[in-house]
Design a protein around this ligand. Structure first.
Ligand code: PRP
Length: 174
């Protein structure tokens, strides 16, 4: 599958470290729960938490989005729920990409009913060209064009999540 490098590993690492420092400063003295949304965010989340110098809990949300493979339908099913209560805790939902915004807005509405002390969003990438539901991203890595991105956790047909950098799939040669 032809692909072009988009953001190299060093640039990603520097930005993720910066986000970790900002989160550390914003939540000093608070109980923080980091909630990566599986699967795409696992690489970003693993790097991000190592730059957060606080006592944090990590808990995971597994979701399945119905509809065609490349576009989220807005109907999201939680396949793996959090393992403990977030009531009264400060929560950061961690995504790899906000595309239409449908997944995150569904999850936000769901989690807010559980009465966390606060609920913020960190996303490695944002693709504003595809917005259907505007979403406020509190901790954003990079804004990207409307191209198909793989690597650093993001897949195409479940492959390429293990690339250490971000790349664009191209149809050159197809
Ligand atoms: C991706 C990504 C977000 C969602 C964003 O997940 O991780 O959860 O799509 O799209 P949206 O803003 O249009 O809702 P995907 O369904 O590809 O699953 P994965 O994380 O398991 O790769």
């Amino acid at each position: 599958m032809p692909m072009k490098p988009l953001i190299d590993a060093g640039t990603i690492a520097a930005r993720v470290a910066e986000l970790g420092r900002t989160i550390t400063n914003d939540f000093l003295g608070k109980d923080l729960v980091i909630v990566p949304v599986l699967k795409g965010s696992y690489v970003f989340a693993a790097d991000l938490v190592r730059h957060i110098e606080l006592d944090v809990e990590i808990d995971f949300l597994g979701v399945r989005s119905y509809g065609d493979q490349e576009e989220s339908s807005g109907v999201v099913q939680i396949t793996t729920d959090l393992s403990s209560s977030i009531e009264g805790k400060h929560v950061i939902l961690v995504e790899d990409i906000v595309d239409t915004g449908l997944t995150v807005s569904y999850l936000y509405e769901n989690l807010v009913t559980r009465q966390p002390a606060s609920l913020k969003l960190a996303s490695l990438l944002h693709k504003p060209a595809r917005t259907r539901v505007p979403v406020e991203i509190d901790y954003l890595g990079f804004t990207v064009e409307d191209v198909f991105i793989v690597g650093y956790g993001l897949d195409y047909a479940q492959k390429f999540r293990n690339l250490p950098y971000l790349a664009v799939l191209t149809d050159e040669g197809a």
